[in-house]
Write a protein that binds this ligand. Structure first.
Ligand code: PGA
Length: 248
């Protein structure tokens, strides 16, 4: 079973999402693909209503690092759970870079998500400078260790790690099968060293960054990879359905 996530980012009104979901529901037929749509906050309720009774899950793109209280404009883990969200993206590079989310905040968000019964998709990935100076391993190790600090091994069952190199996100330059396999190996080694061999084996590792209809099948089948996270190419429902159907 491949784990497939779509990240809509800050796109689509509720009316547009309704249209999208109606088309997707009638045409999504893969029982070997576990699909989760990470919708904007404003469409989560609608999404969970329309998708109830289907196999498609609802995800969120962010949550607060606080439980509740005087945090104007924030959305809590409990609120996400309440509207039927099953998992949430944490540590996406756009949030790290544009919203200055540091590892302490990411670690708090993960703990709050897990405490509220949500699954977590932890996004990690090196910058172009890291890649060019051969620091991919070091960067991934630091990001993973800081994000997962203080977690119990059994909690890892609800954590997916998405390898999303920053230079590949929204650029049209996807990582190669070789680069993805290397990253998956590094990620599992960090988990093995910090938790156990069993945890490393069971861990779900996915790839994201400039996935499209031409590359998804080979990249999602890279060794050590259990799924994919699609951004821009998921926004057009016809294109996304064709992409899903192209996975061999
Ligand atoms: P992209 O985005 O597919 O548009 O590169 C991936 C992501 O941001 O998760």
């Amino acid at each position: 079973m491949k784990q497939l996530y779509a990240n809509f980012k800050m796109n689509k009104t509720s009316a547009e999402i309704k249209d999208y979901l109606v088309k997707l529901i009638s045409r999504f037929e893969r029982d070997d693909v576990n699909l989760t749509l990470c919708l904007p906050f404003t469409s989560l309720s609608l999404g969970s209503y329309l998708l109830s009774g289907t196999s498609i899950n609802i995800g969120a793109q962010n949550l607060s690092d606080e439980e509740c209280g005087s945090y104007t404009g924030e959305i809590s883990g409990a609120m996400l759970k309440d509207v039927g969200v099953s998992s949430v993206l944490v540590g996406h590079s756009e949030r790290r870079a544009k919203f200055k989310e540091n590892s302490k905040v990411i670690n708090k968000k993960i703990k709050i998500a897990l405490k509220n019964g949500l699954g977590v998709v932890l996004c990690v990935g090196e910058s172009l400078t890291d890649k060019n100076t051969l620091k991919t391993l070091e960067t991934l190790k630091i990001q993973i260790e800081e994000a997962l600090k203080g977690l119990y091994e059994n909690e890892l069952e609800r954590v997916v790690i998405a390898y999303e190199p920053m230079w590949a996100i929204g650029t049209g330059h996807n990582a190669t099968v070789r680069e993805i396999e290397y990253a998956a190996k590094v990620i599992r080694k960090v988990i093995q060293d910090d938790f156990s061999e069993k945890a490393a084996k069971q861990l779900c590792v996915i790839y994201g960054g400039s996935l499209n209809i031409k590359n998804i099948s080979s990249l999602i089948n890279a060794k050590g990879i259990d799924g994919a996270l699609v951004g821009g190419a998921s926004l057009d429902v016809n294109n996304f359905i064709s992409m899903i159907n192209s996975i061999k």
